[in-house]
Design a protein around this ligand. Structure first.
Ligand SMILES: *Cc1c(COP(=O)(O)O)cnc(C)c1O
Length: 397
């Protein structure tokens, strides 16, 4: 790993540069090193310092959001949301199976049962028309996951939740600076969770944020993040000593992480715009294969999505494996996504499938391929991947 020349307009890499097209690559985009040095000079590198506050103020203004609490990961934010939601043993939480383990394990840690609902074949997001049938007397929350940074169909989800007195907690890990009908993702449910993991668009290595939209949860959220203490109020001078108030854990990021993240925030729009351009180049370049029925490509997303993932669907699992090998031989690294939670060992143990199985989830997870997409990728890199995908089908693109 190396960091070079942060001043030039060119975007330096933390990874190795070669003719290999990696699946992803974290990038230093601006003043990361300068801000880390400043954090060290400030003499405070634990959590709760000026860079953490600047990041939170940025999120509150840029999204905008009522309250943003920086965390050390999106998993931490999901765990905080699970604690704040008050779910416990016997309660059920509705979510897709086509997601990352963190969505489910945050609630399983509270003793609740994830109830898995199928996804839509077009957006790969939870099928909003199947949620109502999954609701029981034990249901406490719905957790929509905005896959690939594309919004779930939130209006019917929010209306259903309001009607049945359920919380909506958005897993917006992949959806920072994506929108649903003009509203930022993560700010629509009572709470939303963002990730700044190095595989996401805006990064700090590990990192995340809990967005608190329903301010009834705001004060307790600070306590839960600070090991169950009212330390945040103490630092604001609202109490003269801080004490153990509630359950909680250690969910703050340190200042060095926050300093890195703030430098990324300063270029957030540019990062997402570039990723959207790469996404569109893939979609347009692969359109002939989609028209021929060789593959399925995602829809045009316009300005509402952040270009986080470009996926395609192949005919079956064997074709996908052959495609991964074919691209690998061309020095291109493509990966699949996800082993669905309902079929994973812990999902079988802790979760439950709603209704009679999840046919779309099962089918998509066997056929989905994610193509390389990272900030420093050039148009020529994308064209090379498009040509290689076309070559697999004997077509020149
Ligand atoms: C990345 C991701 C997470 C976890 O984020 P971390 O910041 O790595 O904890 C959770 N949910 C989804 C859908 C993700 O893609």
């Amino acid at each position: 790993m190396r960091i070079e020349d942060t001043s030039a307009a060119k975007l330096p890499s933390l990874g190795q540069v070669s003719d290999r097209i990696p699946f992803g690559r974290p990038t230093v985009v601006g003043r990361e090193l300068e801000y880390i040095a400043a954090a060290i000079r400030n003499g405070m590198i634990s959590g709760g310092g000026p860079f953490m506050k600047s990041c939170e103020a940025w999120l509150e203004q840029a999204l905008p959001a009522r309250r943003a609490l920086l965390t050390h990961s999106c998993t931490a934010a999901l765990e905080m949301a699970a604690i704040l939601s008050g779910v416990g043993p016997g309660d059920e939480v509705i979510m897709p199976s086509f997601t990352f383990s963190a969505t489910a394990t945050a609630f399983v840690l509270r003793g609740a049962t994830p109830v898995f609902v199928d996804i839509r074949a077009d957006t790969l997001n939870i099928d909003e028309t199947r949620i109502e049938a999954a609701i029981t007397d034990h249901t406490k929350a719905i957790v929509p996951v905005h896959y690939a940074g594309l919004a779930c169909e939130m209006d019917p989800i929010v209306a259903l939740a309001a009607d049945r007195d359920l919380l909506v907690i958005e897993d917006a890990a992949q959806a920072h600076l994506s929108y649903y009908k003009g509203r930022p993702l993560g700010t629509i449910g009572q709470m939303g969770c963002l990730s700044f993991h190095e595989t996401k668009n805006i990064i700090s290595g590990e990192g995340g944020a809990l967005i608190v939209n329903d301010l009834r949860f705001a004060e307790r959220a600070e306590i839960v993040r600070e090991k169950g203490t009212d330390r945040s109020r103490f630092f604001r001078g609202e109490v003269d000593k801080y004490t153990w108030q509630d359950i909680g854990s250690s969910y703050c990021p340190g200042e060095i992480i926050a300093a890195f993240l703030f430098a990324q925030f300063e270029h957030a729009e540019r990062i997402c715009a570039r990723r959207r351009a790469l996404y569109d180049r893939y979609r347009i370049g692969l359109a002939p294969l989609a028209a021929a029925g060789d593959i399925v490509v995602p829809q045009a997303t316009g300005e509402e999505a952040n270009g986080h993932i470009f996926w395609l669907l192949l005919a079956d699992e064997a074709t996908r494996s052959a495609m991964i090998r074919h691209l690998g031989a061309a020095n291109i690294h493509a990966v699949f996504h996800y082993v669905p939670l309902h079929s994973a060992p812990a999902g079988l143990r802790f979760g439950r499938v709603a209704g009679n199985g999840l046919p779309v989830t099962d089918s998509v997870s066997q056929r989905l391929l994610r193509l390389p997409l990272y900030l420093e990728m050039t148009d020529a890199d994308v064209d090379r991947v498009i040509a290689a995908v076309g070559g697999f089908f004997g077509r020149s693109l």
